[in-house]
Ligand binder design. Structure first.
Ligand code: PFF
Length: 459
């Protein structure tokens, strides 16, 4: 593949570039910040096994569906559905749904990424030196409740994201992901090796916790959380993979790429657990610490081990890179929509929507300080940030994914579907299996979750 612009649309310069960009979208805060703490809360073992099943049986087929729609239409989500189903068709709403999800997710994702920037700077200036564990974990509470710090980091992170997306698919997204992703793999490998060989490593205990199935700790709520997380972690249900697929030429093997991206994403989630839990167990700490796990526990641990400052810098750089390559894809869904639908330039689309996302994120950035929308929590039971983080993975993404699976499995012309799946693929023989999963397994599994969540069925 050469760097090119086909039919006026920019394309990936190389297959590796595409795979790293799509893996960059998938691998993010979901893998390193969220997966370890929900694994901790759900007792590991069976939860992890169930999550792996969701990734394979639901996530992988839907990722392929997104690539197929994106590449066949060479368009971003709204334009794609209006091309396939007609300008007047209600299916276009699935595309809009994705764009709105992009706005919402990036608005609070950027706040968490901002915490990561904060901890990166703290590690570089060795801010935890000489502090007690209580003082160190108290730093997170200080940050969380400081409105001005949260706004500052949120602004900075959005500015970096917008800056990269402004440079375009090849020069911005692909180039950055080609640099960030290998770095991320390297840092992760280093931390893993450190965990295995460090003197008081809890590696065996951690491996048992993550991989040995224990029936006692597995609940139906955990099963549902695992499915929702499979969508979030693979960037599915809002058209991010659809948009990245739209920059692919016809000779690219989408089936093989989807397998590679899913594999990389899953490995990073599992490796993140195997980096965090051995250090945690080795220091006598428990994994059930909720969302503060990474930000509260890791700095305490790093401050206790020799050379911990370097490890802390590496760890928070890893978290920041991962967040950035995912944020880029969220911004790209929104930008490309306004470029394709309204004919805006990349610059105009990215600057206007990036600013809008920054503004929408302000209530999330101020959620901990309680100064804006103070009544929100009284009314909804969760602060603004938590409400967004609940809505997006639990509702928006599974609903979007469900509708895409239904469209591809039941409505899209069969011949077009088959041609698109097989085009350029050495794995074309998997088509019947994929068709079966996208028609039945994936939508039924998601439907089950949504019905359970609305209380219509009770497990
Ligand atoms: N997959 C990202 C993560 O695991 O952090 C989050 C994400 C990115 C979700 C892009 C959805 C999306 F479209």
């Amino acid at each position: 593949m050469n760097a090119k612009v086909l039919n006026g649309r920019e394309h990936w310069a190389s297959r590796l570039g595409f795979i790293l960009a799509a893996a960059g979208s998938a691998i993010g805060l979901g893998n390193i910040w969220k997966f370890p703490y929900i694994t901790g809360e759900n007792g590991g073992g069976l939860f992890v096994l169930f999550y792996l099943l969701c990734v394979l049986l639901v996530g992988l087929p839907i990722m392929l569906a997104e690539f197929v729609i994106g590449r066949s239409t060479q368009s971003s989500p709204v334009a794609a559905f209006s091309e396939l189903a007609g300008e007047q068709s209600a299916w276009k709403l699935v595309g809009w749904f994705g764009v709105i999800s992009g706005f919402i997710i990036l608005s609070y994702y950027s706040v968490v990424a901002g915490w990561s920037l904060n901890y990166l700077l703290m590690s570089i200036v060795d801010a935890t030196a000489g502090k007690s564990p209580q003082e160190i974990s108290g730093i997170f509470d200080k940050l969380y409740t400081s409105g001005s710090l949260n706004i500052f980091w949120h602004f900075l992170f959005m500015a970096i994201t917008v800056g990269i997306v402004l440079s375009g698919v090849k020069e911005g997204i692909e180039r950055w992901c080609r640099t960030l992703m290998p770095l991320l793999f390297l840092i992760l490998a280093f931390l893993l090796v450190y965990g295995v060989f460090s003197p008081n490593s809890g590696f065996i205990k951690a491996a048992k916790f993550v991989f040995a199935p224990k029936i006692e700790t597995f609940t139906s709520a955990g099963a549902l959380e695992a499915l929702g997380h499979a969508f979030f972690t693979l960037s599915l249900g809002m058209g991010a993979m659809l948009t990245y697929g739209s920059y692919l030429p016809k000779n690219e093997d989408v089936v093989k790429s989807a397998f590679i991206i899913t594999f990389l994403d899953t490995m990073v989630a599992l490796l993140a657990c195997m980096v965090i839990f051995p250090i945690l167990f080795g220091h006598g700490m428990e994994p059930q610490q909720g969302p503060g796990l990474v930000f509260k526990a890791m700095p305490i641990i790093f401050s206790n081990i020799p050379g911990g400052m370097i490890l802390a810098i590496l760890f928070f750089a890893l978290l920041t890179f991962a967040a950035l390559s995912s944020a880029i894809s969220l911004q790209e869904v929104v930008s490309s929509n306004f470029m394709d639908r309204k004919g805006w330039t990349r610059k105009k689309a990215t600057l206007i929507t990036g600013t809008a996302i920054f503004i929408i994120g302000i209530p999330s950035a101020l959620a901990g300080s309680g100064s804006l929308l103070a009544q929100w929590k009284d009314i909804f039971g969760k602060n603004f940030f938590d409400t967004m983080d609940y809505l997006a993975p639990n509702w928006l993404l599974p609903m979007g994914g469900f509708l895409m699976a239904v469209y591809v499995g039941w409505i899209m012309p069969r011949k077009k579907l088959e041609d698109e799946f097989k085009s350029g693929s050495k794995w074309a023989a998997l088509y019947p299996l994929w068709l079966f999963s996208i028609k039945f397994i994936a939508p039924l599994a998601v439907l089950l979750v949504l019905l359970y969540k609305t209380g219509i069925i009770n497990l």
